[in-house]
Design a protein around this ligand. Structure first.
Ligand code: DAH
Length: 340
């Protein structure tokens, strides 16, 4: 038995251990349940009792030595591993960047538009998105069954023809004029709805900004100057503006506002349908009947109004070619915009 003990000791002493892998082999060979040390303890059971003390001491010594070497090397290799891992950290690398949110491009443009009008003395007003027929149509001179209602495909709420999702922000004009006395100078931004198929150029939900000015002696020249100034402020001094005669039931005379195409600089592209001009909204002098509908003296007061699409303006400002991008919430799109 002493010979066996000695040979195990010799084998363990020459066992080469250079790393954790070798150390594990060492553990399996000597210290595990099927290892040599356990075999020795099994054999020890058959040792005559008068020799037990002598052999027991030698075996225990061997066990302590084997375990001691194992513990020492384990501590060494694992500590080494941690030191290596620490060295692998590169403290010069930039930290993981925080994802900082940004404003939606439509919000940025809306705020910018409002800023420009605010400096011209306009205040902010808002109205409901679920509107009644009076404010969305009738008060604006769209009589029942009048073909002008067909200009805007309407969503009705619960089949009730009197309750609609507003088709334009012009409804807010009526609400403001019903509640306030002139002089009125107000801007009403908001969401509007139309029953249209969604494509790159049309959506069933979009945003408009409405302007209303009612006072004594308001003229078409005031309207033109206000919109000229607005467009130059927003797009820069090079921009061209033109007013094209048009029809809206609530304004007389009425015009559509075009600006020179910013995408092709007036040369012609598919955004401006090769005309060099892009429509950004409608405008006109308030029809005296509208003032009357809101109980404002139309002999004493006159006014102008305009309405513009925010998506369209953001499209031109940022060269966005597909309306659907505004509502898809794709972070690759949204993160390109920075602004107040
Ligand atoms: N409400 C019109 C539309 O959605 C736009 C518009 C035209 C608004 C003329 C106005 C206006 O205030 O005077 O097409």
């Amino acid at each position: 038995m002493l010979e066996t003990i000695q040979s195990i000791r010799t084998e363990s002493e020459v066992f080469k251990i250079d790393n954790l892998e070798d150390l594990d082999k060492y553990r399996i060979r000597f210290l595990s349940r099927n290892g040599l040390l356990n075999e020795l303890f099994e054999a020890f059971k058959t040792v005559p009792s008068e020799q037990k003390k002598q052999f027991g001491q030698v075996i225990n010594q061997l066990k302590n030595d084997l375990q001691g070497r194992f513990d020492t090397l384990k501590f060494k290799f694992e500590g080494q591993g941690q030191a290596d891992a620490q060295e692998a950290l590169d403290f010069s690398l930039p930290v993981v960047p925080d994802m900082v949110g940004s404003r939606h491009p439509l919000t940025i443009v809306r705020e910018r538009m409002f800023q420009i009008f605010e400096r011209m003395g306009f205040n902010l007003s808002e109205g409901p998105e679920i509107e009644d027929d009076w404010h969305n149509f009738t008060a604006l001179n769209f009589p029942l069954n009048h073909p002008a209602r067909e200009m805007q495909d309407t969503f009705f709420v619960e089949k009730n023809p009197d309750v609609v999702l507003r088709t334009h922000t012009s409804s807010v004009q009526i609400r403001v004029m019903e509640q306030q006395k002139p002089p009125i100078r107000t801007i009403s931004p908001g969401r509007v709805y139309r029953n249209e198929a969604i494509s790159a150029r049309a959506h069933c939900m979009f945003h408009q900004i409405e302007g209303l000015y009612v006072d004594k002696n308001v003229s078409f020249a005031d309207l033109k100057q206000t919109l000229f100034h607005f467009v130059r402020e927003l797009f820069g001094p090079e921009i061209q503006v033109r007013f094209r005669p048009s029809f809206f039931p609530f304004t007389e005379p009425s015009a559509e506002i075009d600006i020179s195409c910013l995408i092709c600089k007036g040369k012609g592209c598919n955004v401006c349908k090769h005309s060099g001009w892009v429509e950004i909204g409608g405008a006109g002098m308030l029809d005296p009947d509208i003032l009357k509908n809101c109980k404002i003296d139309n002999e004493e007061y006159s006014g102008f109004a305009f309405g513009m699409g925010i998506e369209r303006i953001a499209m031109l400002k940022y060269q966005v070619r597909d309306l659907r991008l505004y509502t898809e919430n794709d972070i690759r799109f949204l993160s390109q915009f920075r602004g107040l």
